[in-house]
Design a protein. Sequence first.
Lengths: 253, 93
Amino acid sequence: MPPLTEHEKAVYEWQMWVPGFGEAGQQALKNASVLVSRIGGLGSVVAYELAAAGIGRLVLAHAGNIQPSDLNRQLLMTHDRLGTPRVDSAKQRLLELNPRLEITTVPENISDDNARQLVADVDLVVDCAPLFSERFAMNRQCVAQGKPLVDCAMYDCEFQITTIQSPQTPCLACLYPEDPPAWRREFPVFGAVSGTVACLGAIEVIKLLSGLGEPLLGTLLTCDLRDMTFQRRQLLKRDDCHVCGTTPETTAI
Amino acid sequence: MSVTVEYAAQIKQVAGVAHHIIELAEPCTVAEIARQVAANHGEQLADILLDDNQQPRSSILVFVGENQIHWDDDKTLVQDGQTVTLLSPVSGG
């Protein structure tokens, strides 16, 4: 990527004042590409914050068209675009905010069929997907390709977030060795809850790319917004993990 | 001795409360605590915590204090006054 322009320096002036970030941090964001897996309640706000922060390129993966039930939390979707592809609405909204942003839209959800190529195409991945099969596919490729994975999740008024960087940290399969049997794709949640954890996910991305602060490596931040309880918890690797353990399954990269 | 068992997400919804305080005769493993909770607090909670073999489900994360413990860890014993937290798996959307 070329150096920051004078216009970009003017746009990002306030965040370049952050100690430990500066012009070098801003250039690092401009040089970076990030995959956001699903641009729903979580991914919409992750993508919006990264667009605002001056990320260079976003890859947005999400299948399907905008539904009425998206509109309480999927902030890149609009009422007048009901029934149209989510990725198209997202791209338009993001470019209104940041016309310098390069966006690749993928009207598919992540699967074992596309994860290898999509992860290879970016520097970092943000997992905002509802299905464990999607999350496991991303995790396998991030571990195999050595890419960081910011993992965001929520339920009701609660959320969890951690950053996975194998082999330094546990991977998603260390935490969940198998597809959780009780999980359902649809669940109760407010947009303010998804937006809260999404902002934390975006700042994790900014930190990882710029070297600012201390990412949640191997640490699970949990929160219950009903009583505003925040807790940091230390996660464990599994030696017998079938993805990152001592005898992992083979993952094609 | 008593131990506080905290719940999150779907487990909390099923339990209907944020935590239980359980009484134990002596320090025990996290798996034994899960089985005691399951035995004393209703079938729905038992179903979400334990599989058909009465083993804790691997997809539920368990912590003692702020530290994760693996369910098959039989060396770490929960002590009087400690807090055990059970987190059910959650996702994006």
